[in-house]
Design a protein around this ligand. Structure first.
Ligand SMILES: Nc1ncnc2c1ncn2[C@@H]1O[C@H](COP(=O)(O)OP(=O)(O)OP(=O)(O)O)[C@@H](O)[C@H]1O
Ligand SMILES: NC(=O)c1ccc[n+]([C@@H]2O[C@H](COP(=O)(O)O)[C@@H](O)[C@H]2O)c1
Length: 242
């Protein structure tokens, strides 16, 4: 039997309730493959936090990376054990971003709205109203939002549930195709006020996990594209090198 209950969402990096003076609080979560995590995954959360603080006027109590379950079966996925460890290394020096292992340790694939549901329940189970009332924001690239327009990939009821549990915070991603652009615009129109677009994000970069895997496979540098500890881990374990 797998002891999935042992993998609790970590709350240790959340802003202590006694330091929260704002009435409106937010928790940010980034769900993805993280195969491997890149600097842009981390920068996206930093830029999302600034947007929520300065534009939406809320106190951000924390940020989480939620690596997808192995059962997602995306061809580029390596085992969750490696992806979790790389994510832990990536956020080790962050005072506010942590890794939520719950999704990766479930016995099957977890649709993203369930990840948010689980976070909501976790916050409700604390004794702190400042955390309990935190609004959940799923942070991702505009490509993630565009993908939600495709019912074959994202069943509409999953998107509806997701936007009942929380809101979306999208960052620009370069090299979007016209089809993706159109899908993104349709999503913005379909869910007014539920999708926030950080159009003026100070840093927009064409960095993806795919790029890092390609760099490693051809023996090229990934320095500064991911934290040094992640780079070292990739080399030590000879990941992505075939
Ligand atoms: N350069 C980037 N700018 C903005 N968002 C990004 C960037 N890279 C990744 N993201 C977002 O991070 C989230 C997690 O994505 P994921 O781990 O699947 O990354 P990816 O780099 O797109 O992966 P892959 O290249 O393997 O498809 C997604 O919402 C994705 O849009
Ligand atoms: N129906 C769903 O909830 C659904 C569908 C597709 C992708 N996702 C999520 O989106 C994230 C990014 O996936 P990709 O790496 O395939 O873009 C992952 O966390 C994945 O679980 C969720």
């Amino acid at each position: 039997m797998r002891l999935t209950f042992l993998f609790m969402t970590p709350l240790t990096k959340l802003t202590p309730p006694n330091l929260i003076t704002d009435a409106t609080t937010a928790l940010l979560v980034s769900a993805g493959s993280f195969s491997p995590p890149t600097m842009l995954h981390l920068l996206s959360l930093e830029q999302a936090r600034d947007h929520v603080r300065f534009v939406l006027g809320k106190t951000v109590i924390g940020g989480l990376l939620s690596p997808v379950n192995d059962a997602y079966h995306k061809p580029s996925l390596i085992s969750a054990a490696h992806r979790l460890q790389m994510c832990r290394l990536a956020v080790a020096d962050s005072e506010w971003i942590d890794v939520d292992e719950w999704e990766a340790h479930q016995p099957r694939y977890v649709p993203t709205f369930r990840v948010l549901q689980h976070l909501h329940k976790t916050l409700q189970a604390t004794a702190h109203p400042e955390w309990q009332r935190a609004q959940l924001y799923l942070v991702g690239g505009a490509d993630l939002v565009a993908a939600m327009d495709d019912p074959a990939e994202w069943p509409p009821e999953h998107v509806e549930q997701l936007l009942t549990e929380g809101q979306l915070l999208a960052l620009p991603r370069p090299a979007a195709s016209p089809t993706q652009e159109a899908a993104f615009q349709r999503m913005l129109q379909r869910y007014p006020g539920r999708i926030h677009y950080v159009e003026q994000a100070p840093v927009v970069a064409n960095v993806s996990a795919t790029l890092l895997r390609q760099q490693v496979a051809r023996g090229a540098s990934i320095r500064y594209l991911t934290p040094r500890a992640v780079e070292d881990y990739i080399r030590q374990h000879r990941l992505y090198s075939q």
